[in-house]
Design a protein around this ligand. Sequence first.
Ligand code: HEC
Length: 170
Amino acid sequence: MSKQDSQFFNTFSLVLGILLVISILLFALARSVGKNTQAAHVLADPRYLAEVESNLTTGRVAVAGRDNSALTIVPAAGAVVAELAIPTDGPGVYEQVCGVCHLNGLAGAPNSSDRAAWAPRIAQGKDTLYKHAIEGFSGKQGVMPAKGGRADLSDDLVKAAVDYMVTKAQ
Ligand code: HEC
């Protein structure tokens, strides 16, 4: 690079740098002026205030401490809301949960109509059957998952399902 070139380059960079500093200063100045004038006017604008007010009163925005029930999402008429039904009695549990395996002999589960398979199990006594159904059990045939894999069922419901299965298998 010739001497002249490098001198030009230095001056040019200096000028660019100064311009950059000036523009940053101007930007900061504009911001500070705007903060005290324009922004204040915008916030005080009646149309702006009216919109805020309508958002608050029509319940389009949730406000702590107010009645926000208007914001609740209501499913459209006829919409199907999926819900995991919780069976409420022994036969219900059996049909929804246990039957998947015990009706079809799936995964080694003793079929609930197979008397021969159930006789020795029933002979263990109800308490053992309850325990195995609630806590799970792995035997020679396969694995009986705790509560048939439905941990949300109460112990009493599982017991009712066992009772129902036993009456079917007797
Ligand atoms: C994933 C399949 C599966 C589901 C679902 C299932 N079971 Fe079982 N259950 C088994 C298998 C497999 C066995 C046999 C295990 C063995 O003896 O090797 C069994 C055995 C049993 C036994 C006999 C236990 C014993 O001591 O001999 C009872 C009682 C029982 N299940 C109750 C239930 C109930 C009640 C439900 C529903 C809440 C249920 N099962 C759901 C697979 C299942």
